[in-house]
Design a protein around this ligand. Sequence first.
Ligand code: GDP
Ligand code: MN
Length: 415
Amino acid sequence: MKIHEYQGRDLLRAYGIPVPAGQTISSIEEAAGAFKAATASQSSPLAVIKAQVHAGGRGKAGFVKLVKTAAEAEAAARFMLTNRMKSPQTPPEGLEVSKLLVAAGVDIADRAGGGKEEFYLAITTDRRTRRNVLIASREGGVEIETIAHERPEAIIKEILHPLTGLAAYQARNVAARLGFTGKLINQAADAMVKLSKLFVEKDCTIAEINPLVIASVTGANGSSEKQVLAIDAKFNFDDNGTFRHKDIEAMFDPTEENPAEMKARKFGLSYIALDGSIGCLVNGAGLAMATMDVVNLHGKTPANFLDVGGGASEEAVTEAFSIILSDKAVKGILVNIFGGIMRCDIIAQGIINAATNYKNADGSTGFKVPLVVRLEGTNVDAGRKLLTDAKAKLPTLQAATDLTDAAKKVCAAVG
Ligand code: GDP
Ligand code: MN
């Protein structure tokens, strides 16, 4: 599960990592007021307007803008709320932006030798060592992907102890290697330790700050000081862990998800949309993958991955059909079910009922697209007989003898 940056910033704040103040808006009219609030305590006003979508690469796409006046804030808000954001991390058609973060802008310190003081910091799981790992780089900011690819030596990795996590000495060591000096070493190390604590306590799969910056701030006596600040936050959580974090679950934003996948989740089905033409309805993830392979082998590509789970009840099949057929690219459906605990004759009857009662977009009932059913398992003969006998009611229905037969039939039927 992903969350928005503004929610990520709240989490960082809750764990004591310094983040500039800000608020979200969802209309152009709110921009000027939010700009004034964000810059109220600054002598030379600077705010940043940022699109809140579940995708990165916003800076390069023009969806992170520094603004100095209320009018500029309004113009930036207008641009972001009326254009779709396209980046290498979005679908080709881009994402609609409905919420913006308006935060106090940060004066990022210049780095000796050129550039700005922007760092990359993340905690994730390293599969090779089967440990959590701190990943850090002195070259944070919008180029991190390129840098990781072209100069992997610019990326520092520090493995976390499975029980005690990231030790303070490890964090200080990494901070020094990143080039932090003086009291900023402790500030950066503190951010790393807190981020790793957050990562573990909230069951994250990734917790990322990019960039962590050295900001030039005006101290209490008017002098210029340096301070470590997080100005972006990206989190991903383990879906199997969210049940024990009501605060995280509450951050879920359904508008950022594929609607068909959302509907499937509601009915306990696992559905992943793909871009082929054959809808696949299967019980069990392994069977789903085998089915997709066999469809590919016979010349077509799957439109989805849909696992109805062990039960394959009539209700689940009905929902699965409607989810699959909500994808207009689907030209035929292959049902591949192994009847173990649930008997094949019961499953067959469920499929027949679901297909007969299926409501088409034009108001008529009964399945119109080619439907090939392959059953195997307990009472399979009774199940196949039911399917064959249903032919009069369901002219597009075909029973298959095995998986290869099923794949051939459905590929042939869609032409
Ligand atoms: P992303 O492109 O989606 O990762 O968005 P970020 O929030 O990381 O912003 C992209 C870039 O914009 C950062 O790497 C900074 O260089 C710049 N940026 C963002 N916020 C500020 C700010 O408050 N002050 C300054 N000077 N630059 C900022
Ligand atoms: Mn970023």
